[in-house]
Design a protein around this ligand. Sequence first.
Ligand SMILES: [Zn+2]
Length: 61
Amino acid sequence: MAELKALCMKCRDANNKPTMQTMQNPSVEEKNNRYSAKGKCAQCGGNMFKFLSKADAEALK
Ligand SMILES: [Zn+2]
């Protein structure tokens, strides 16, 4: 499975901005022709969510 990165709202940098973290165990969902992935942050274990393009969603399946 391809590695997926998403912004984590809990893992913030020195400027208090969300940082890109690896998503663990992403599960791809399709809804109304929009694709999204849900998973957990590899760094803090918090829930993550990301919208995907169709190509990205296909690559993760
Ligand atoms: Zn995190």
